[in-house]
Design a protein. Sequence first.
Length: 168
Amino acid sequence: MADAQLKLGQLRYQGSIRAYLTEFRALNNFARVTGEALREKVDLAMPDTVLDMRFAHYLEDFADDKGFLQATHQAGLQVEKKKALKQAREQMKGISGRNDDRKKQEGKKGETTPTKADTSKPRQAQAGAPAGKPTWWGAKDHWASKEEALKGVPQKEQETYFKNRDDC
């Protein structure tokens, strides 16, 4: 029992709240820690992000250990979801940055840069969009036809888009 309590006190959150709580419950079957001692061991094992999330969402004191462990579990899940989302966003920024670099290099390979007269037109007019129609996300029917929409777009870019639409 003393050995289980020692292991329980040494147990630390390693990025998965499910793994931590599974191990915690297994060890606590032998240690039988409850109340303030249980809460202290869990709180000392958690990173600040999980504690902050739990404190932000659960303002009242917990009536029992079950409610405390459930709240910690929920807070840990939210922190892990937020971390995964942040990583995905960073990865998308990295991909986007690489694509921007690639486009810059393609522009240097022999494509001509727009002249002063070309840059004075709005982008939608350059691409062949009908004048007066909006081109922001969510607007419907920017152009009357696919051909009209692709007017002025180099063939190489059209082919690239149709192969992989991620960069559109």
